[in-house]
Design a protein around this ligand. Structure first.
Ligand code: GLN
Length: 541
């Protein structure tokens, strides 16, 4: 089939959840069609790898090692496919490649300009991805809000593309906010209308509109938007507040988007959502519930740990449980603002997630000690695993002052040290040990039981590792490293045997968890936490 292009834009304001809507559209078309998502971001960073997660949300890591926008997490989870670094275009990436070409003399004699060179480069990349991936649908999300200066070249490239391809091969979908003024009750359509004016000025005519609002759009609202914006009211859809983002494809399906997409793009209607809908309902109707604390230092923006939240949801869906999350800021624990016992009161399990630098580290170590001693289920991810090793070295192995050289370069016991290949690297972009690697899992370990395999593949993003020189000193009958890199002494999993669930992973299991294929380690954590909760209840009775 000839590639069809769907271009998703957003108006009125940022943070509407355009990525979820784009991913939901992709979900409705998958698996009938080969949908390839592309995200265009206006910023000048080449990739988001160097940005603080509190500012931009989590950095998502792909199997190919690409550090990309967190929307790729939604795409992978909704489309159930692995994405590629090439599919994330940023202004930084586009400009870098153009400037490099210019310096090599590829434009000799010419003035290099936004039109046609920047827009041409963008178009070429879209087309080449479509060709390489044999995409039935290239689903292009343009980040930011229409009207921003920094995504104008992407909009112009989309206009040029529309002029080039058949009308039935391209569809613009625009989403905008429909606010309700307190006390008035009416869904206001004017902001949406005005953001459309901007698109028209750029020569872009959306044929599908999606209204972000508290409640579903009323028939009247749909009629009003349709009339004002030149689309039939059947082409106007709701994106209301929901308890889980996985409900959005279901709502769009129910309102008829599958058929509208098929009609607009002149193709056969894709098949219905099957198991997806069952799983989403399983959580809605779940009888059990469990409370999990995430103890980190980027807790002021929930998006910093987005994939962890999602992985917990997936594991809940498969355990007949709703998972309640509590954010615990470890810098507060470190400063003694709140005792650990109080911070974790009522929590049935705890995650210490990945992180960088020294802020909040001692707080995390104290939390881990508390979890180990009080037998509370614990999953330590990346930095969380490294700190679990430090805690054990200090408290149990007699290695007082043990630390990571990331925090203290002259520690007496560098139980966590920089990876040898990282020593010489000065450049900060894309230079960590990144992406998917195989992990060898030890027989008869908790990890092998959960994965049901001795060889697994998971994704990494780190510079430091367990110092191989300390491995034998730290390992004991209870504490062991249950996974490592094949043919390398890099420890990738650790666990305690005399504990209901105490597992550390150098990799990020949250990145590969999907609703239809939850992460075994998250499943294990939730199952153990549910069990601990039950036991607590029994004790109280
Ligand atoms: N800072 C640690 C390292 O670089 C852990 C990284 C992480 O948690 N992603 O190894």
């Amino acid at each position: 089939m000839r590639t069809k292009y769907i271009i998703v834009t957003g108006g009125v304001l940022s943070g509407l959840g355009k990525g979820i809507v784009a991913a939901s559209i992709g979900r409705l078309l998958t698996p009938t069609y080969n949908v390839v998502p592309v995200k265009c971001d206006g910023y000048l960073n080449v990739d988001p790898g160097t940005m603080n997660p509190v500012e931009h949300g989590e950095v998502f890591v792909l199997d190919d090692g690409g550090e990309v926008d967190l929307d790729f997490g939604h795409y992978e989870r909704f489309l159930n496919r692995d994405c590629k670094f090439e599919w994330n275009l940023t202004s930084g990436k586009i400009f870098k490649s153009l400037v490099e070409k210019e310096r090599k003399g590829e434009f000799l004699g010419k003035t290099v300009q936004v039109i046609p060179h920047v827009t041409g480069e963008i178009r070429e990349r879209w087309k080449s991805i479509a060709k390489k991936e044999k995409a039935d649908i290239l689903l292009i999300e343009i980040g930011g809000t229409v009207g921003d200066l920094e995504n104008l070249w992407f909009l112009e490239a989309a206009r040029e593309l529309a002029a080039e391809v058949d009308r039935k091969d391209i569809l613009f979908v625009h989403m905008g906010l429909l606010p309700v003024i307190d006390g008035q009750g009416q869904q206001k359509t004017k902001p949406m209308q005005q953001s459309l004016l901007f698109l028209r000025e750029r020569g872009l005519i959306p044929r599908v509109l999606i209204g972000r609002s508290k409640e579903r759009l009323t028939e009247k609202t749909k009629e009003r938007i349709g009339f004002a914006c030149n689309v039939p009211k059947e082409n106007v859809f709701s994106d209301p507040n929901v308890t889980s983002v996985y409900e959005i494809p279901l709502i769009l399906e129910e309102e008829g988007l599958r058929k509208v997409l098929a009609d607009e793009l002149d193709m056969k209607v894709p098949s219905k959502l099957g198991r997806w809908s069952e799983l989403v309902h399983a959580v809605k109707d779940a009888k059990k519930s469990v409370s999990i604390a995430v103890c980190g230092k980027y807790t002021e923006l929930a998006d910093s740990y987005l994939s962890i939240q999602e992985a917990l949801f997936h594991a809940g869906a498969h355990n007949d449980a709703k998972v309640h999350l509590r954010w615990v800021e470890t810098s507060d624990i470190e400063k003694g603002k709140i005792p650990i016992k109080d911070a974790l009161k009522g929590c049935d399990g705890v995650i210490v997630p990945g992180g960088f630098g020294s802020r909040g580290v001692e707080g995390k170590i104290n939390v881990i000690q508390y979890l180990r001693e009080n037998k509370i289920p614990f999953l330590g991810i990346c930095y969380g695993m490294q700190l679990a090793v430090i805690e054990y070295a200090r408290s149990v192995c007699g290695l007082g002052g043990a630390n990571t050289t990331e925090v203290n370069a002259s520690t007496s016991h560098p139980v966590i040290d920089i990876l040898p290949e990282q020593r010489a690297i000065a450049y900060k972009g894309g230079t960590m040990r990144l992406g998917g690697h195989n992990v060898e899992v030890k027989k008869a370990s908790k990890a092998s039981g959960l994965y049901g395999a001795l060889s697994i593949r998971e994704r990494f993003r780190h510079r430091y590792e367990v110092n191989p020189q300390y491995v034998s000193h730290i390992e004991s009958a209870q504490f062991r490293f249950s996974g490592k890199a094949p043919n390398q002494p890099i420890m990738q999993l650790c666990e305690l045997s005399d504990h209901p669930f105490f597992v550390g992973t150098q990799f990020h299991p949250e990145l590969t968890s999907r609703l239809e294929r939850p992460s075994p380690l998250f499943l294990g954590l939730i199952a153990a936490s549910l069990k601990c909760k039950e036991q607590k209840f029994k004790l109280w009775k």
